[in-house]
Design a protein around this ligand. Structure first.
Ligand code: SAH
Length: 214
């Protein structure tokens, strides 16, 4: 790409993230370091730091940088936590979580995206990311419980298996909506057996498909 990716990334962090109130230093430094342009096709590399989602093939998208930062910040990820991600896509979000020191378990249902993301994790020697080709609405029962769960596709409601696999205390974020492509970001907190849900506002994600999805 013709633009200097490091300077472009610094500008993305300053204008799109800090400018909108993202302040977790671990989120900001992970997103300042990770070369987002390697997660999209070469033809789109120059657009990788723009303030929008981008296509990654199979009708799916890599989320807008701000949305990645916002979802990661509300999860309050700390080093050593076990984090489950549903919807590996390009692998960018999983890489952000891994750079923050989490042990990442990520599930993708589309074969070509799964293989491409797995290759990126290998190329980056990111061994703290484990990936699986499966219906993520069923979670990853063998590895549960998880300290944090992030769903990066929008479903009609919160899949029951994910709530079951969330540890206590635990935090989960998921876009939920009655119509496709139009959701509200839901933060779910589990503490002392109680579950509290907070609406964080409107978002637009690709569909969460599967047994507990659309
Ligand atoms: N987090 C990704 C973006 C995800 S786009 C990134 O950083 O690039 C949403 C992804 O969720 C798509 O790849 C889609 O195939 C996947 N998806 C949708 N329903 C799913 C399901 N039930 N299980 C696993 N992945 C699913």
């Amino acid at each position: 790409m013709r633009v200097d990716p490091k300077r472009t990334r610094e500008r993305m962090v300053r204008e799109q993230l800090e400018g909108r109130g993202v302040s977790d230093p671990a989120v900001l430094s992970a997103m300042r370091e990770i070369p987002r342009h390697i997660f999209v096709e070469e033809a789109l590399a120059a657009k990788a730091y723009l303030d929008c989602p981008l296509p990654i093939g199979e009708g799916q998208t890599i989320s807008q940088p701000y949305v990645v930062a916002l979802m990661t910040e509300v999860l309050q990820v700390r080093p050593g936590m076990r984090v489950l991600e549903i919807g590996t896509g390009s692998g960018y979000q999983a890489t952000v979580l891994a750079r923050m020191g989490a042990d990442v378990y990520t599930v993708e249902r589309i074969k070509s995206l799964f293989f491409a993301a797995r290759q990126r994790f290998l190329d980056m020697r990111l061994f703290s990311v484990r990936c699986k080709l499966d219906d993520g609405t069923l979670g990853w029962p063998d590895e549960a419980p998880f300290d944090r769960i992030m769903v990066t596709a929008g479903g009609p409601n919160l899949p029951e298996p994910l709530l079951e696999q969330l540890g206590d205390p635990g935090r989960l974020v998921i876009p939920v909506g009655v119509s496709r492509g139009n959701q509200n970001l839901l933060l779910v907190e589990k503490q002392d057996g109680e579950v509290r849900k907070t609406d964080l506002g409107g978002v637009s994600f690709v569909d969460l498909v599967g047994a507990h999805g659309w």
